[in-house]
Write a protein that binds this ligand. Sequence first.
Ligand SMILES: [Cu+2]
Length: 157
Amino acid sequence: MQKISLIAGLAVLVAACGGENKAPEQAPAATPAAEMAPAAAPAPTGTTHDVNMEFDGKTYHFVPSTLTIKAGDVVNFHNVSGGPHNVAFWADSIPAGAAAVLGANMPDQMQPLSGTMLVVQDAVYTISFAGAPEGEYKFYCLPHLAMGMKGMITVED
Ligand SMILES: [Cu+2]
């Protein structure tokens, strides 16, 4: 914002000084957007799995709460009942290197490793595990963590 104001100010000044068609002093180049965006996510290559997010009248669950997938698979989390729900991973309970992969592969993160809140009934949150290192990925639902809504995905090579 400051850079833009400065450029605008210079332009006004140049115009006011009699309209010599001189460009304003060159402003420092803005950081290219690509440098600020997370690394591009690799394309998924494998099977799609479904996990439902449910309220059974008493407790909240991921169903299934544990599943084993392969790197390159995709998991669709469905807001079946009792939402809003989300999918969040514990940074200290995922394999080394997984945070960068999930950072690139999780759309609409509210904060790092925490997916957007699914408010609408039947909304789906999709996570690609393309490029995901092998190991255990423990996750939870932020609104219902205190009520034990959590699960684990094991990625096998
Ligand atoms: Cu939930």
